[in-house]
Every structure is written in structure tokens, then in C-alpha cells.
Design a protein around this ligand. Sequence first.
Ligand code: G6P
Length: 609
Amino acid sequence: MCGIVAAAARREVSEILLEGLRRLEYRGYDSAGMALVDNEHNLQLHKQQGKVCELEKAQAMRPLLGCTGIAHTRWATHGEPSAVNAHPHISGQRLALVHNGIIENHAALREQLIAQGYEFTSATDTEVVVHLLHSFLLQGNPLLAAMQETVCLLEGAYALAVVDIEHPDEVVAARKGSPLVVGVGIGENFLASDQLALRQVTDRFIFLEEGDVVQISPSSLQIFDESGNPVERARTMISAAVEVADLGGFDHYMLKEIHEQPRALAATFAQSAALPAADDCFGAGAAAVFDRVRAVQIVACGTSFHAGMVARYWLEELAGIPCQVEVASEFRYRKRVTRPDTLLVTISQSGETADTLAALRNAGADEFIASLVISNVDNSSLVRDSDLVFLTRAGMEIGVASTKAFTTQLVGLLLLTLALGRRGAMTEQKQQEVMVALQGLPDYVQQTLELDSAIERLSGAFIPRHHALFLGRGIQYPIAMEGALKLKEISYIHAEAYPAGELKHGPLALVDDDMPVVAVAPSDDLLEKLKSNLEEVRSRGGELYVFADRQAGFVSEARVHVLPMPHCPEVIKPIVYTVALQLLSYHVALQKGTDVDKPRNLAKSVTVE
Ligand code: G6P
């Protein structure tokens, strides 16, 4: 994780760097720092524990000046969050370096550097890189060559950017396994972990390739590939119609994003109708690939993994396609047996999650017939590396806890189910039913949003609790998992989800009057089974919070609180019920006073293992 911004300009860059960091804070926010080379070629440095606003305060108290600089917002991997461990790291009073990623051989390198006389001040893996660079500079290498020598010795993942007082107009950078983009200006050039950080200064970008090393100055920009050969990389114009990251009258981005769902879902679904053929929204060549698909393997992390879990029910029940779902961090290291003609589907809001990207890149040459990514970010690494792409139209998601990205992923997955089902088990009538349900989805979500006050009233009971259990059956089980994840992410209440039928095999022992039990209980084929499980909870003194439509027949009574959900078509129930659980977590977190948009210890884009 971590966010990098760098600038080589003919004007003061501190404000550009700070604005870039504010836009990158979703990548980590436990400490931040900035180094500038001033007009007298001195290195100026600020490092602060805490969010980027702490760095802003330091800059307001003691302004740093300079036209060349690097900046960083951190999500700690090696070394606790502190000012000392914050980046940039310094060597020889001349070099400052920022890093996103993990240097896996840092311990061995550290020993060698200590033997050479280098003193380490931090507990980070990053500090070895700056001292290594320094040692290559001392051998007489220019900054660029020193970087090329250094990266040859690094194992792991990195995006790096460095400034040197002996090369005061330059920033040199490198990437492998972590994203880095060049922002091309007029008489100035920039670098960042994400083009969003630079939209304030340019609309022209170069997405660097694995192993690239780049040197920027105000007037020049040179890229070298992994073998050291100069290369030209394509320039991409990204429209100036920048999405403005403002709260739009809401108290938090998460709440705003929850409320944006009707529009985001409609926009995501509309893609399937806007193109000449239904499969076109998955990219050129999708139809030919889908004709051959006999099985699907889904790989993802976090909330996106839950979307995959839901899709398994749709793909198997509606399309008759065997489907496996696995978290990327396990999938990538496992010896696997893959069925013939399997399509690899990765799901990632950011398109940059390290484990998911590695799962795609490590897939055997002939293991899958093709790869498809469902992502919210065009030009992201997963989008660029996949054969087929479905872009969700959620718009920028800033809250760390994913909401509208998840529900729009589900729309993409339902469209994939239709695409594969059309070729096999799905009748015309069923296809039509699903299309009608998708058309009506934004309305059902809107009706759910209108339950906000009722959900807020329910949420009060969770505030003093330390644990909560979420139950669901069938396709609602992954929705219970997503509800539990949301609650723990933002309210820090320990929450677990169980398929309700498993309750008696262990978790029932936890049930007492201190354990709220949330049930995702729409009227469906498994409702009666679920009701029996909930009776088991009640008879042991558990307190139930039941999200159910009127047809499910639940009645509020002592220790049973029913939240009346809209009655909607079966196939979209997972999406509609998710929205209610998002609001529940939001209100619990709000009343607990946690940082809803930036929960502790987490980051939105996880670009390390
Ligand atoms: C982080 C975020 C989660 C997200 C997960 C996967 O943990 O905090 O909200 O679900 O990464 O991210 P991706 O971008 O791959 O969907």
C-alpha cells in the first residue's frame, strides 16, 4: 500500500505534493512525510505520525520550499507507525526516498550495509534501499544508474521515488509489483501511485510497466525497461471531467457512497444495453471466449471475495456452470487442479490488489481459457493484464469500507451469469426475469435507503456489544459475511458470519443475552430452515435482529426486532439486503465515534502481500 507523489517543476511543489497525498490517503494513513530539494540544494524534510492533515500542520508551522520533491502516505508493514518509520528515508544527508511495497530480502541487505558502515534509524524494510542507492552513488554512478543497480538487488514489490541534492532537478523512480504512473506536464513532470493524485496538474499519463525505471526533470522524461533499454510507453489522456471528491452534503464518504447506489447500479447495468451485442460490455472477443467456457474460477480479496461467493450461487443455479471461489492470497500459492475450459474471473474494486494481481499473473500458461476482471478502475494493473474486462460504473469510492463497488460488482457478475446462461441452462423466460429484476434494482435499493431511520434505531443496541453473529442461508450466507465484515471494519465490533445451519456445530455455544444475532431472512426456499435455526437462538436467550420482507412472516416481539425490507425479485435480494446491512454498520460506527471513512489499521488499496 502507501501512496507516493513526486514532482520535478520550475515552481514550488509542496502544495501539489500535499494535494496528491490527500487524494492518495485511501492507500494508507498512519503517517506521512515529504522531502524537497530547495534552491540552495539543501534537503528539507517533514515526517509526521498520523494522517496527512498532521503533515499539513507541520508544513503550515515550518513551510518547506522547493521545486523538486517526493511525498508519501504510509500503511505500515515493517516498523510501527511513527515519525521515525515514516517515509522519506534519508542516506548520507543527500538522498531521500519513498517506497510502496515490501522488500523481502531486507534483512540480508541490512546486514551487508551495516557491515559497510551504514547506520539504520528506522525499523522499515525501505531504509535498505536508500542506503544501497547511496552506496552506488559513492561509486561514481549518476542517480539513474544507481537506481538501476539498486533494483537489481531487490526482491519483493516496490514503487520507489528518490531525490538527491547532487541532482537537484531530478526525480528517479522505479516500479515492480506496485503501481506507478507518470503525469506529463508542460515544463514539469510528476509521478504518483495513482493518476487520481495528479489530476489537479495534468490530464496526460504514462502507466509504467513492470521493471521500468524512470527519470523526470522539468524538461525531460526518460523511461528504461527492466534490461536498461530506453523505451517509449504509450501516453493516455484522461478526461478532465474529474470526479470531485466532495461529501455532497453527507457527513461521510461511506454514507454518500451508500446513497449513490441506485445511480451506480443503473449505470453499471445500462452498459449491457448500450452496446450492439450483450457480451460487448466484457470487451472485444468476449463472445468467442464465452462460447467455450465450461467452468469458472473466481479469485478476489475482502469484499470483492464476497461478491464472488454470491456469484457462485448464480452461476451454478441459473447458468449451470460449475464455479469455484477462492481468496487470492490462498489461491496464488496452492497447487491446483483446474477443469478444462475454465474462465478465470478476478474481482477487484481498485484493480491493484497485490494478491489478486499475483493470482492472475501466476496462473499457468494453459490453465485457463482466458481471464476476465471485474473492476471499478480503468487502466488499473488488473484491467491492463486481463483478456476481458467488465468495468463497474460505481464512480470513485473513497470510504475504505467498500459499498457501491460491491453492489455494482454483483451487477457485473449477474450479467456474466446471463451471458453464460444464455449459452446453456437458462431459459429465455428466466433471462427475461433477471433482466426485469435488474431494471427494477435501483428502485428497490432506493426503498431500502428510505429505511435509514428505522435501521438507525436498531443500531443503538449494538453500541455496548463486543461481538455479533450474522446468519444467512444459501445465497444470503455471503451477504451475512459481508454484513459482518462491514461491522468489524468500521465499528471494531467482532462480528462473525455463519451459514445458519452450522450454528448447532459450535457457534450456538456463544449465544447469550450479550450476543446480538443478525439474520438475513428474506422469503425464499430456505426460509423455514432458517426460522428453525433462529428458534434455536431464541430459546437460548439470544436477541434477534431480523432483516426480512413481510412475506417472510416475522413479527417483532420481545427479543426479536424485525426490519421490514421491500419485497423484491429473488435474484436481486442479495444486493438489496446488502444495502440495509451497510446502513446498520454505518450507524453503529457513527454512534461509537470511530473514523467511518478511514478505519484504523486498514487501507483501501492493498498493494502489498
Ligand atoms: C481492502 C479494502 C476492502 C477491499 C479489499 C479488496 O481490504 O479495505 O474494502 O474489499 O481490499 O480490494 P479490491 O480493490 O481488490 O476490491
